[in-house]
Design a protein around this ligand. Structure first.
Ligand code: SIN
Length: 481
């Protein structure tokens, strides 16, 4: 049942603990600029108080049997599924993505809790055979402590649960700063933790209109032992530098410039569907979106035609209206960046096959756009567009395309469509990327490690690797008489 929008924001949002500050900031709908709600604006004092709560909660949570930690995560996941319609509505209102995608994101987000609930029970130690008779060597894995989790606006719930599921399963506690554009989804999630009976202080959400006081406080505070960030490469580099001063563990999931490679021998329909799923999910606002679509000459015309015909059918409009598949971009600068990329491409010889402009009545809604005859030196191929623009770049040979694909300082996700098994192996091994979708436009899943190489990041989220980011390894050497 669809929740009437007015009912969603009846109760004012508050912090989950008493705070002296009463500053608040407003959250707006990117589709129409309408005011949605205002939320507490956490500064340094609130961040410090939340860290103190997380630090106080840590010993008991770390000592809680893994099965109980797992059960809390399972209870919250069940509540998320139960309230999916309401949570998805809040997400669409504050983020803009179509309601069908928001529903999908809630299920995806809940899957991180159920996956990490299982992983909580599989945090094993190790016994190592010693090289001398009177010793026993043992390895323990222990939670790192208080974690600061900083999440982006493009997946307001899933990027939080991907970090939080791993942190809580490992026995860590967390202070979480959602993006200033989309704090409501995080606050809704925090409410579910309270409803599920989570111990006070293990999860605190701190919305903030200005991220700097939060950042200054977490870096200055010795009690914070780990930072996990998803966002731009520029901010990620800044955080890596700052983490050096107090030697905090840090993982960062940053930008991408994903190549999507279609060989002559691919299944055309599968390649077209994969490209649409990868390129147009969330209006092109994902770090793993296909950014450069390389198509081999022999299939180029047929791919361009079939792909363009499918793209032309995608419906653009307010995500709250059933049937719309492409929502607004998050803000005006995002829409201007897309305009700049399209203009640079067309000025330099690319042809618009579909789209190429915004809706006349609202410049945040970019029409899904296909550009033929794009080149690797164009802005649209050099930088991450983060919008619904698909540049098609022709190529001749496998070695040529692998060179072009790897010619980027990013290395998050790459996609290959081919039915030649040997080529598939060569490509999977040769691409300098953390994730390869082989005949698969949507590889992300809770069970698999998500993360990049080069300037796309450090560390992995999801999969067995995801929980390791929140565990310290302790070696114990025992003398035995
Ligand atoms: C992202 O854009 O960073 C996440 C996308 C995903 O999980 O598939």
């Amino acid at each position: 049942m669809r929740t009437p929008v007015a009912e969603l924001f009846q109760t004012p949002y508050s912090l989950s603990f008493e705070s002296a500050g009463n500053a608040r900031f407003a959250v707006y709908n990117p589709a129409n600029g309408a005011f949605l709600a205002d939320v507490p604006d956490a500064g340094a004092a609130e961040t410090s108080a939340a860290i103190a709560r997380a630090y106080a909660a840590f010993p008991a949570w770390a000592a809680t049997p893994a099965i109980e930690r797992a059960n809390l995560l399972r209870r919250v996941a069940a509540l998320m599924i139960d309230r999916r319609e309401q949570l998805a509505t809040v997400m669409t209102l504050e983020q803009g993505k179509p309601l069908s995608e928001a529903r999908g994101e809630i299920a995806y987000a809940a899957s991180f809790f159920t996956w990490f609930a299982g992983e909580a029970e599989r945090v094993y130690g190790q016994l190592i055979p010693a090289s001398v008779a009177g010793k026993r060597l043992m390895v323990l894995q222990q939670p790192v402590g208080v974690c600061a989790l900083i999440t982006p606006w493009n997946f307001p719930t899933a990027m939080l649960t991907r970090k939080l599921g791993a942190a809580l399963a490992a026995g860590c506690t967390a202070v979480c700063k959602p993006a200033e554009q989309t704090p409501l989804s995080a606050l809704e999630l925090e409410k579910l933790f309270i409803e599920a009976g989570a111990p006070a202080g293990i999860v605190t959400v701190l919305p903030a209109s200005d991220p700097r006081p939060f950042a200054d406080t977490i870096f200055a505070d010795e009690r914070v032992r780990k930072i996990s960030f998803t966002g731009s490469t520029e901010i990620g580099k800044l955080l890596i530098r700052r983490s050096a001063d107090s030697v905090k563990r840090i993982s960062v999931e940053l930008g991408g410039n994903a190549p999507f490679i279609v060989f002559d021998d691919s299944n055309l329909d599968a390649a077209v569907s994969g490209a649409i799923a990868s390129k147009f999910r969330n209006a092109g606002q994902t770090c793993v979106c296909a950014n450069r679509i390389f198509v081999q000459r022999g299939i180029y015309q047929r791919f361009a035609q079939t792909f363009s015909a499918r793209v032309a059918q995608l419906r653009v409009g307010d995500g709250m209206q059933d049937g719309n598949e492409i929502g607004p971009l998050i803000d005006d600068p995002a829409a201007e960046k897309v305009a700049q990329h399209v203009a640079d491409a067309t000025d330099n010889g690319a042809r618009v096959l579909v789209g190429g402009s915004t809706l006349a009545e609202n410049k945040r809604f970019w029409m899904p756009t296909v550009l033929a005859d794009a080149r690797a030196d164009m802005l649209v191929a050099r930088e991450e567009t983060f919008g619904p623009v698909a540049p098609l770049i022709p190529f001749e040979h496998e070695t040529e395309v692998i060179g072009m694909a790897n010619n980027s300082s990013y290395g998050l996700a790459a996609y290959v469509f081919t039915q030649n098994i040997s080529r598939a192996w060569r490509m999977a091994e040769g691409l300098e990327y953390g994730i390869v979708g082989m005949n698969d436009g949507m590889p992300s899943t809770a069970q698999a490690p998500f993360g990049g190489v080069k300037q796309s990041g450090i560390g992995r989220e999801g999969g067995p690797q995801g929980i390791a980011e929140y565990l310290n390894v302790k070696y114990v050497s025992w003398g035995v008489e």
